[in-house]
Write a protein that binds this ligand. Structure first.
Ligand code: P5A
Length: 436
């Protein structure tokens, strides 16, 4: 993308309405703009980040055998009346009436809709287990939308739903999702800790929240430092071997970790003092086992092996995809701006042409740009060098390739790594090879 021709409206001044670093930086780096309270447009660079996160989430879901699909945002009230949640959900649900006077709603979650779809097609125990997910916009009319995309009214969620024959099967599905979550957050560069949680309007009796540590987080957290050292991406837990899954689950939930709502002083006292950590955190995921809470009232049944009928046990598993953009920025920024982890950066590199119009600089910058096949950002604006450097740091590209008149003559660029600030003068070929 050529910056001179792009809608990436960076801001020098700090927007007054933004209270936390990630919200300020998302506005300043031109990632999003608010269109109504708690509702955001994702501008080109922001949309790329959201897609990168979605791709990682989706790959790790596939890795545990979940199937991707897409359900609509608008739902009929009928299914919610069957489950009993239409009235219970209250003012957080955005209710709509169509021209025929039918009651519709903008989905805050999809337990009912998927239970209905499975009920239409699954008739036998042989068809289970099933696990399906989609990445789709949700709407919740939050009383107090705040902190930008962290607590929005419209937000992007990955929601998965599992259907098993019995409790034992559902526990395996639940643990697989937990493993997928630990791998997902690690690939995003985040240390997330699973904590026992309340189930709220989703319901059920087993639930974990995944909390990323950040001083601006909405939840107070207490945890054992044992969590800090586990490398989930590299640890070889096999999601398809139940014994190994059990082993994983013990590792993930065996040490003390709780949000302030669930904090237990007696259990905390047993954690050796040197390992006790207290802080604040952001809830980036939440998983639930709720048995037959939806399958029973909605009449989802399958024929069992012995001729009888079985009511499937279900769970649902959410990741706050748009909230993650904010959480990642909370974890990775400095005074100058965002520091994107390579896995989610909107562009792997920015090529800064210090002197557009200079034939040698233009030729070298274009050569570098062409090597990225349109995936990098080319700063070809007619701006001062200082402004370009400041914007590159603000936008947080992992690498900066600086092309200036002196180097352009000798085939040398300056390569800067945003995360360390390290700068080296190398040939363009070497720079491209290092970025990989
Ligand atoms: C699980 C999947 C559910 O809705 N049903 C389907 C279950 N769980 S949840 O905890 O209510 O939401 C899942 C994750 O979505 C994110 N989230 C939000 N992100 C931005 N703005 C909001 N207003 C918002 N509400 C929820 C959180 O990351 C949460 O863990």
């Amino acid at each position: 993308m050529r910056l001179s021709r792009s809608l990436i409206p960076t801001l020098k001044e700090t927007p007054a309405e933004a209270q936390i670093a990630s919200h300020r930086l998302m506005l300043r780096a031109g990632l999003v703009r608010q269109t109504s309270s708690g509702i955001y447009a994702w501008l080109p660079a922001g949309w790329k980040v959201l897609q990168n996160i979605s791709r990682i989430v989706s790959e790790e879901q596939a890795n545990i055998g979940a199937q991707e699909m897409l359900m609509p945002t608008v739902q009929s009230s009928e299914l919610w009346k069957q489950s009993g949640r239409y009235d219970a959900y209250g003012p957080e649900m955005l209710r709509i009436t169509d021209r025929h006077g039918r009651e519709l709603l903008y989905g805050p979650t999809n337990e009912e809709m998927l239970t209905d779809l499975v009920r239409q097609s699954i008739k036998s125990y042989r068809d289970l287990p099933q696990c399906l997910f989609h990445i789709q916009w949700k709407f919740r009319d939050e009383v107090r939308p705040r902190f930008g995309v962290m607590r929005g009214r419209e937000f992007l969620m990955k929601d998965a739903y599992s259907f098993d024959l019995d409790y034992e099967g559902a526990v395996v599905s639940y643990r697989k999702q937990m493993l997928a979550y630990m791998r997902t957050f690690q690939r995003l560069g985040l240390k997330a800790i699973p904590m026992v949680a309340d189930t709220g309007p989703i319901g059920g009796n087993l639930s974990h929240e995944f909390i990323v540590l950040a001083p601006t987080g909405e939840s107070g957290v207490f945890y054992d430092a044992a969590f800090e050292d586990i490398d989930w991406e590299k640890s070889n837990f096999n999601a398809h071997d139940p014994a190994d899954l059990e082993n994983f689950f013990q590792t993930a939930t065996g040490s003390y970790a709780a949000t302030d709502e669930k904090h237990d002083e007696a259990a905390w006292a047993e954690v050796p003092e040197a390992r006790r950590r207290e802080g604040r955190g952001i809830e980036v995921g939440h998983i639930f086992y709720f048995g037959t809470k939806y399958s029973e009232p909605m009449g989802l049944k399958v024929a069992g092996q012995d001729g009888g009928q079985l009511v499937p046990h279900m769970g649902s598993y959410g990741v706050g995809v748009s909230r993650l953009v904010g959480a990642i920025i909370e974890a990775f920024h400095d005074d100058a701006g965002i520091i994107w982890p390579d896995s989610v950066a909107p562009f792997p590199a920015v090529i800064i042409n210090l002197k557009p119009g200079d034939a040698a600089c233009d030729a070298m910058a274009e050569q570098a740009y062409a090597a990225f096949k349109g995936q990098a950002l080319l700063d070809d604006r007619d701006e001062r060098a200082g402004a370009k450097f400041a914007d590159a740091d603000l936008m947080g590209h992992p690498w900066q390739i600086v092309v200036g008149p002196r180097g352009a003559k000798t085939g040398v660029v300056e390569l800067k790594r945003r995360s360390t600030g390290e700068k080296v003068e190398v040939s363009l070929e070497d720079a491209l090879a290092r970025i990989g």
